[in-house]
Structures are given as C-alpha cells and as structure tokens.
Design a protein around this ligand. Structure first.
Ligand SMILES: [Zn+2]
Length: 206
C-alpha cells in the first residue's frame, strides 16, 4: 500500500495491529476519523490510554474492575458460596445478562492451551484453588466453552479440588460444542446455568 503521507501510514499501521483489522479496514477507519471533528479522535485516544493505564483487576475474582474489589464481589446480596468459573470478562457480562445467576465469579484469564503456550501458571487457577481450600465455598460451576482447551482446564481444576468436599457442576450443554460462551443467546445460557449437571457426569460421557 503506497501512502501519500507518512502520518497517515503510521496511523493505518497502528490500527492494523488490532485483530481482525486488515490494512484496508484500518485505512477506512483512519479516513473516517479525519472527516470527524478533531475532538472525536482525542476522546478515542484518551479513553484508550486511560483505560490501559488505570484499569484494575478485582483482587478476589480477577474480573476487570475500576476498584480493588469489584461490584459483584462486594455485593452482600449475592451468594458467595457459589463460584462460576469463566474465562474472561465477556463471559461474566454474558452470564450477568441472563439474570439467572446470583453467585460470584472467578475469572481465569484464559484457558490452558499448550499450542498457544498458555499453561496453568499463567491463569488464576492457584487463587481459585486456595479459595476453595478455605472451606467457605459450596459449589464450583464450570462455565468454560466446551472446546478441548475448556475441557482440559475444567479437568485440571477439578483434579486440584477433588479432595475438598464441594459440589462441582458444569453448565448444561444447550450450547453446541465449540461455541464460545459470549455468543450464546441469553435464554439458552440462562437455562444452561439453571440446569447445570454434576461435573462427574460430564467427564464420564466424554
Ligand atoms: Zn470481583
């Protein structure tokens, strides 16, 4: 791609670093910004910079938060004995949208995936296991997507906490294998949380 301006080229190249944004799309977005008032670009870049610099992770559930302990963990009306284990903030948002879950979450920050070089130590598994070992938790609900990585991660955690006398369940699979949780519709997802099945049954089946 030949550019008539170095400034334009630099902006397009930066934009094209984002996933799913090719050079053509990047150019379209940059040209769009050029047509808008200069404030719009300032608001955008400022929002991104502030978000990147000031974002926090809840020290209890590891969800993205503006404060040390997130609103969900801080809410005494929620059941702190039931933890729903999810991959990232998108899953928390999807499950919260269903209005069917009143427990708390634990955000792993990814799934175990040797191909992508993600091992258990890069995720927040240890802090989850420690939480379970305090003896205050009654149930863990595994709500990772049913991909091979999701299953591997569930099983890894299950092995660590098997000795603790707690209930483990997995969300019922109204969601097709391989579907990412964030794309499931609210009704299906809500139902699958209500009709969760004991984790042991899910491993015997596969
Ligand atoms: Zn939290």
């Amino acid at each position: 791609m030949e550019f008539s301006s170095k400034l334009l080229e630099k902006a397009v190249n930066e934009m094209a670093q984002l996933p799913g944004i090719g050079k053509r799309t990047a150019l379209r977005l940059v040209l769009h910004l050029l047509k808008q008032p200069v404030e719009q670009t300032q608001f955008l870049s400022q929002a991104l910079t502030t978000m990147r610099e000031e974002i926090k992770f809840c020290k209890s559930c590891h969800n993205i938060s503006d404060v040390e302990v997130c609103e969900i963990c801080n809410n005494s009306a929620r059941n702190h004995k039931i933890i729903c284990v999810v991959e990232d903030v998108r899953d928390v948002m999807a499950i919260e949208n269903t209005n069917q879950f009143k427990g708390i979450y634990h955000v792993l920050g990814g799934k175990i995936s040797p191909i992508d070089g993600v091992g258990p130590s890069q995720l927040t598994i240890n802090s989850l296991v420690e939480k379970v070992k305090t003896g205050t938790i009654e149930e863990l609900i595994f709500a990772l997507s049913s991909t091979m990585e999701g299953d591997t991660t569930n099983f890894y955690i299950y092995k660590q906490i098997k000795e603790c006398e707690i209930k483990t369940s997995t969300i019922a699979r109204g969601i097709a294998v391989g579907d990412e949780l964030e794309y499931a519709d609210e009704v299906t997802l809500g139902r699958s949380i209500l009709h969760r099945v004991p984790f042991e049954l899910s491993i015997n089946k596969s």
